[in-house]
Design a protein around this ligand. Sequence first.
Ligand code: FAD
Length: 381
Amino acid sequence: MKREIYDEDHEAFRASVKEFVDRSVLPHTDQHIADKALPREFWLEAGKQGLLGLEIPEQYGGAEAGDYRFNAVLQEELAKVGAAYPTCHGIHADITAPYIVELGTDEQKERWLPGVASGEILLAIGMTEPSGGSDLAALKTTAVRDGDEWVINGSKTFITNGYSCDLVVTAVRTDPEKGPKGITLFGIEATKEGFSRGRKLDKVGMEESDTAELFFENVRVTDAEIIGELNMGFIHMMQKLPQERLACSIANVAHAKQILLETIQYAKERHAFGAPIGTFQHIKFLLADLVTRIEVAEAYIDKCVLAHSKGELTAVDAAKAKWYSSDVQGEVLEHCVQIHGGYGFMNEYRVARAWRDARVTKIWAGSNEIMKELIGRDLGL
Ligand SMILES: Cc1cc2nc3c(=O)[nH]c(=O)nc-3n(C[C@H](O)[C@H](O)[C@H](O)COP(=O)(O)OP(=O)(O)OC[C@H]3O[C@@H](n4cnc5c(N)ncnc54)[C@H](O)[C@@H]3O)c2cc1C
């Protein structure tokens, strides 16, 4: 089905993203996997090409696109390479940067945004803690007032870009009595005394993305590092999470679609019993089924992208997009592995990696159970 959300400007932008991917990403993917991280050159190249600052005002070196469809194009093209790319890029440019752009003070914007746009300051977002991620309001990392400063103690885990980031937007408890109304966001620079990181976590998939635990031991910050308002961190996160979930949804569908297209090709080329396996009715019907599912999911996500471009995406619609897209992605990739037979289980085949990479999308950015909880609440249940 012809998609209708993109015009020629978006397609011209897509061409420049593809050029970046061909030049600066595809030749290095094996190295990224071996390093379990994206190197700084990836970020600097992306910055040079204007791919880190779509959300950032021009005065701070960004492109100030003001149209979420450009972000969507970027997510799609990176997802075609591998699921980790839109994840790492998205955490930096699409998920964390907007906290600074929309909630930061002028001084914070001047201090951080030019480096965010150029790739010299890599961002991460620290919400999840070892004691739990779904119940964000129960987070335990604390900031205690000491004169003009705050003293932060605690830890975060599963933080994407955590091993290499320069600045972490971190959710911290500033009032122990007030539950969700006692949480504040701080921009914590990785050079702060008392800040440290654990090893790169050993994940089942998405090796290219570095994921780490972060530790805060008497880290001293001031009010100048508060992002947004004191004790309003929980509300700020709730306002920003729909964009994070939409970004994930776009990548989920684009990633699965790409592997499905490659699998259709494989089904045309691989022979068994003297015929291409795609001509067996089971596989033909299965591929017909999967292509339909992808297109239906894509149509819903496209509607969400358009709604978000107009500032109309609701948290509930983003929750539907996130759980549904990750479910479809998982189902499609599971079948794609099967269609590849034994090769589907070999790491050198993209389909195998894609299948492993995709498993986490049902867990992160708010688990699918939490998405259904939000949707259920909206039903008045
Ligand atoms: C690779 C990776 C990268 C990540 N990147 C980041 C990042 O950059 N920043 C960040 O802050 N976090 C990040 N996360 C954390 C992620 O968002 C959390 O793992 C997720 O929110 C779930 O939290 P949890 O792991 O503590 O599970 P828990 O909250 O302990 O949940 C365990 C299980 O219980 C279910 N559950 C919990 N509450 C309910 C309920 N009310 N009803 C029904 N079921 C429920 C959950 O759905 C889940 O299945 C990342 C995680 C991974 C794996």
